[in-house]
Write a protein that binds this ligand. Structure first.
Ligand code: HEC
Length: 166
């Protein structure tokens, strides 16, 4: 191959490595920092966290009350926040963009974990094992979104609606 093709391929593989691969891409295992977190050893390249994961994460949310049926008005406010602040990196289906797609996110995590992650992102990425696993796979670190508790709750309702929760 000529030099140009080689450069193109090289660039492409670097891009692949830096994506967040929860579906199909390859993951550079060397990005997993096993020294800092000896227990974090993703068995697969995927972000699948066992359904019904009970971890509440780290933060001030200890007991989030869910409404049944879901609150459509609250979900719609959550959608506006998603459009403005999250859509650049997240999709609502299971496809990753910069971060994981949100389909099934309410099955992968407890409501408390989600609200803690959304409002306490940097601490969770530093200390929460599940969040660290995602960081290892995604490489890119999710920035703080500076949402209020109320906005975080609206996002959660939008996620529940997106997952077809009743
Ligand atoms: C600049 C890109 C970016 C933006 C903007 C962003 N995120 Fe993220 N998000 C990520 C990445 C990357 C991850 C995976 C963890 C990591 O590597 O930091 C993630 C992970 C998550 C997770 C865990 C997902 C899972 O499947 O376990 C949630 C929940 C989340 N983000 C919520 C939000 C919300 C809510 C917003 C908007 C208010 C938002 N994110 C905006 C990049 C982003």
């Amino acid at each position: 191959m000529n030099k140009k093709t080689f450069l193109l391929l090289a660039t492409f593989s670097v891009l692949l490595t830096f994506g967040c691969s929860n579906n199909n891409g390859t993951v550079n295992k060397e990005t997993v920092n096993t020294e800092a977190a000896p227990d974090v050893k993703p068995k697969t390249d995927s972000l699948v966290v066992s359904p019904g994961n009970a971890s509440k994460g780290i933060g001030r949310f200890k007991d989030v009350q869910l409404s049944h049926p879901i609150d459509a008005a609250m979900a719609s406010k959550g959608q506006s926040i998603f459009d403005a602040k999250c859509m650049a990196c997240h999709k609502t289906d299971d496809e990753k963009l910069v971060g994981p797609g949100w389909k099934g996110v309410t099955d992968r995590h407890s409501p408390e974990w989600l609200m803690n992650f959304i409002t306490n992102t940097q601490v969770m990425l530093d200390k929460d094992l599940t969040a660290q696993q995602e960081l290892a796979v995604c490489v890119v670190r999710m920035p703080n979104q500076d949402l209020t508790d109320e906005q975080a709750r609206q996002i959660l309702e939008f996620m529940r609606q997106n997952d077809g929760k009743k």
